[in-house]
Design a protein. Structure first.
Length: 256
């Protein structure tokens, strides 16, 4: 059963059209990866789902309810959380205060305290840094905090925008390990990623975007074995050697 359905969505920033007839769905309990190059429109899809951008056409449905254009705070109340690109934590607040703010719609204090302990079990470094201002955390620790803050709302669906951005390989592996664990605990996840290898490794299904459109969709396993995807997104040629695209991606990660 689809928890999230988007049908024929178009969206613009002024005169610039960002989305051109996007249709996709996310099954309950699944991880779905949305892949594509910079400027393909991936972030715009998440912003349209979470009410930050109003679509010009089309519809967004969550758990069978039409939520097209609904305000973000109402969507949080329905069970949706969004971890934006760049994290956008409250930098002058402590780690603990950021987690409390993630539960701003809740009034079950005992359960909130229990959930904070659960976040610390996911990311033990946050327990060590709980009294530290969030702006003083490393990039990886800030990403852990952003995910934890979103989870404090007890979402059924979490939207993740570039969770690996700017992180060292070991931290990327840890973040995606938690993403897989969240899925196993029953949370549905739509993740936007440029690291296609890592995203398809944890995802159940995937969509590939180019210039505001969905150009390919399939199971994650089928996408990993698709020659075009392997060459242009995974950086592997049909002969199994690294392509120029793969070398560019590796250089990009090293630069970050």
């Amino acid at each position: 059963m689809a928890l999230l359905e988007i049908a024929n969505v178009e969206a613009s920033y002024g005169a610039v059209q960002a989305l051109r007839g996007i249709t996709l769905k996310v099954e309950a309990g699944a991880i779905v990866a949305l892949l594509g190059a910079n400027g393909a429109g991936k972030t715009s899809v998440l912003k349209t789902i979470s009410g930050i951008v109003d679509p010009r056409r089309g519809s967004v449905r969550f758990d069978g309810k039409d939520i097209t254009g609904m305000e973000p705070d109402r969507l949080v109340g329905l069970g949706m959380s969004h971890v934006p690109e760049g994290r956008e934590i409250f930098r002058l607040r402590t780690v603990h205060e950021n987690l409390i703010l993630g539960a701003y719609r809740r009034n079950d204090s005992a359960a909130i305290a229990s959930d904070i302990e659960r976040m610390y079990s996911y990311f033990p470094i946050l327990r060590e840094r709980q009294r530290q201002r969030a702006g003083l955390l490393s990039g990886g620790q800030q990403q852990m905090l952003a995910i934890s803050r979103a989870l404090m709302a007890r979402p059924r669906l979490i939207l993740l925008d570039e969770p690996s951005l700017g992180l060292a390989p070991l931290l990327v592996k840890e973040i995606f390990g938690i993403i897989r664990r969240l899925r196993d605990e029953g949370i549905t996840i739509l993740v936007v990623e440029q690291n296609a290898n890592m995203a398809l490794d944890v995802a159940d299904y995937g969509y590939i975007m180019e210039v505001g459109r969905i150009v390919l969709e399939d199971s994650a396993e089928a996408l990993r074995n698709n020659p075009t995807v392997r060459e242009f997104y995974l950086g592997i040629s049909q002969e199994g050697t690294e392509t120029q695209a793969g070398q560019r991606w590796k250089r990009k990660k090293q630069w970050r």
